[in-house]
Design a protein around this ligand. Structure first.
Ligand code: DC
Length: 223
């Protein structure tokens, strides 16, 4: 199918707003593919750490991003054949990801890889710039927000469930710093696309939010 005809729903928003869970749930209901674009920035960060690469050299970091040997298999993420599904979720990796994501050559290096996820019957793409840069022609664009305290609580719970240690006030500080960096960077900053639907999930559960998105989608599909 011509990729222009493949429907895309983009879900952008700040760290720990619940985009990932929302994207997976919506994709499952529709039977579509999923792109977790944040994972690509996290994988780049992990590759930088593994290679002992100087983080300040943006062109060398972009080379690592371009050459990532990554496979998404079911729920697993393999980097160079190694299962890094859990490793990339560490806060240290997330913080580094936010730094490499500010480099334009890195974003450029990951662009084609992200667009290649767009396959029939459809794609749900989650990230920061899915609706603004990567899939500007998406049929439905969601900007998922939630206040920072609520997001810190959710991230805290998530990390504990995965067996990582986490301190709530450190997390809150980290999220604020990461929000600021993601929103104020020069290239593809975190912002809602002009035609995005803003959904605030601070006071609603996942079921309710999934329904809001599916209702918006149904309203756009003829028949
Ligand atoms: O969604 P996440 O927390 O896994 O993303 C990790 C970092 O990657 C985040 O701090 C910002 C960056 N990112 C980005 O700049 N653009 C995207 N489309 C997705 C993530």
């Amino acid at each position: 199918m011509n990729s222009e005809l493949i429907p895309v729903i983009t879900i952008d928003g700040p760290t720990a707003s619940g985009k990932g869970t929302l994207a997976h749930r919506v994709a499952r209901v529709l039977g579509w593919h999923i792109l977790d674009s944040g994972a690509l920035y996290r994988l780049t960060a992990l590759a930088v750490m593994n290679a002992g690469q100087d983080i300040d050299d943006q062109f060398a970091v972009a080379e690592l991003a371009r050459g990532l040997d990554v496979r998404f298999e079911g729920g697993q993420i393999l980097l160079g054949g190694q299962d890094v599904t859990q490793a990339i979720r560490q806060e240290q990796v997330g913080n580094l990801a936010s730094r490499v994501a500010a480099y334009e050559p890195v974003r450029e290096a990951l662009l084609a890889r992200q667009r290649a996820f767009c396959r029939a019957p459809g794609l749900v793409a989650d990230g920061r710039d899915m609706g603004t840069v990567v899939f500007p022609n998406a049929r439905l664009k969601i900007f998922l927000d939630a206040n920072v305290e609520e997001r810190a609580l959710r991230r805290h719970k998530q990390l504990k469930e995965k067996g990582f240690s986490a301190n709530l006030s450190d997390l809150l500080e980290d999220l604020r710093a990461r929000d600021l960096r993601d929103r104020s960077r020069a290239h593809a900053p975190l912002e809602a696309a002009a035609d995005a639907v803003i959904v605030d999930s601070s006071h609603s559960g996942i079921e309710e939010t999934v329904k809001v998105v599916l209702d918006h989608w149904s309203a756009r599909v003829p028949g």
